[in-house]
Design a binder for this molecule. Structure first.
Ligand SMILES: *Cc1c(COP(=O)(O)O)cnc(C)c1O
Length: 341
């Protein structure tokens, strides 16, 4: 049985989080002499530490309660805080799959937590048989599931993810950075069913706000309380909260841009299929395409020489490069460059 109390790090369970001046007061006021701010200027006040407006807007959009939302400095903060809340450095472990997103590795290493990497099957799905023993290990506290997966582009079978959620007594973090490009439903709808579920989403991809650095975790409120306890008090700047609010107020533009990218992806796949150097194009539910080529290292370098940067994933998947779907113009430049090789 999953028991949240049992998997929280002892020091975090004991921790009394920082209570800012603004945290302790509620209602309206006119004179703020509590936080040693400067009375002059336009960005002179600390940002809302609870990001009330952003959460209210997201709560309606995602059909969850504000108490089920944590706003972080990019997904990086969502990932890092999971390690800090649940993993005892030098002792506990986390697990993810391979190939997948590289930041789980880095974040695990920073937090001195061993990250077990379970190879995916040939079709990039999860090998549940091989995973089973790890699900039963007490020291494994976190499982990261990136779906749609970076760099392979596929989603994992819902049944595999559900099996893990039902049979693992630690936290399961589903990284849905690319979910908006996929036709799959987000696991957010399953929050009421799974107390050990954290869903990580981001404004960096489909929302087009990579420069703003805002990531979001959705989980049950007991888990979100832990996130709030360990986060820096004013972790999201006023400028960033406003930028996110502005795009949340224009979901029409969001849909338009997203659909253009999806259409461009279909075009790009069609064009890539005609290129001789391209051996295989993996099915993708994200805004990038994993492409197997004759020689990834050479082709990557040749593209760089033509001032086009792709992501060489040869070390992760043999002779594969990952290509982000750009604008029609950018995609045409890529195709023309490839034709010349
Ligand atoms: C791009 C990406 C993110 C986004 O990270 P941010 O820190 O929010 O920009 C998260 N997860 C995966 C798998 C990604 O590829």
């Amino acid at each position: 049985m999953f028991n949240l109390e049992k998997i929280i790090r002892a020091n975090i369970k004991e921790l009394k989080g920082y209570s800012s001046a603004r945290d302790e007061f509620s209602g309206t006021a006119e004179v703020f002499l509590d936080a040693n701010e400067n009375p002059f200027g336009t960005l002179n006040r600390y940002p809302d530490p609870k990001q009330f407006k952003v959460k209210k807007r997201l709560s309606r959009l995602k059909n969850v309660k504000s108490e089920q939302i944590f706003i972080g400095n990019g997904s990086d903060e969502v990932i890092d805080l999971a390690f800090r809340i649940f993993c005892e450095p030098g002792k506990d472990k986390a697990l993810t799959f391979s190939p997948t997103y590289g930041m789980y590795d880095v974040s695990a290493a920073i937090n001195n937590v061993e990250l077990i990497k379970q190879p995916l099957l040939a079709d990039f799905q999860i090998n549940l048989n091989q995973l089973q023993p790890y699900l039963e290990m007490d020291e494994v506290k976190l499982i990261f599931i990136c779906s749609p997966n970076n760099p392979t582009g596929n989603c994992f079978n819902d049944e595999s993810i559900e099996y893990i959620l039902e049979n693992f007594n630690g936290m399961v973090i589903i990284d849905e950075a690319y979910i908006d490009f996929s036709s799959r439903e987000s696991f957010i709808t399953q929050l009421n069913k799974y107390p050990n579920l954290i869903i990580s989403q981001t404004f960096s991809k489909a929302w087009g706000l990579a420069g703003v650095r805002v990531g979001v975790a959705y989980a049950n409120f007991e888990v979100i309380d832990l996130y709030n306890k360990v986060k820096p008090p004013y972790n999201i700047s006023t400028l960033n909260q406003n930028a996110v609010l502005e795009s949340l107020n224009n979901t029409t533009q969001f849909e338009i841009n997203k659909n253009i990218i999806i259409k461009e992806k279909e075009n790009l796949v069609k064009e890539l299929k005609k290129i001789k150097l391209v051996l295989n194009i993996f099915p993708t539910e994200a805004n990038f395409i994993l492409v197997e080529v004759t020689n990834a290292d050479t082709i990557y370098i040749n593209l760089v020489e033509q001032k086009i940067i792709t992501r060489n994933r040869n070390t992760l998947v043999d002779n594969c490069i990952r290509i982000t779907v750009g604008s029609a113009e950018e995609n045409t430049k890529l195709i023309n460059a490839l034709k010349q090789l």
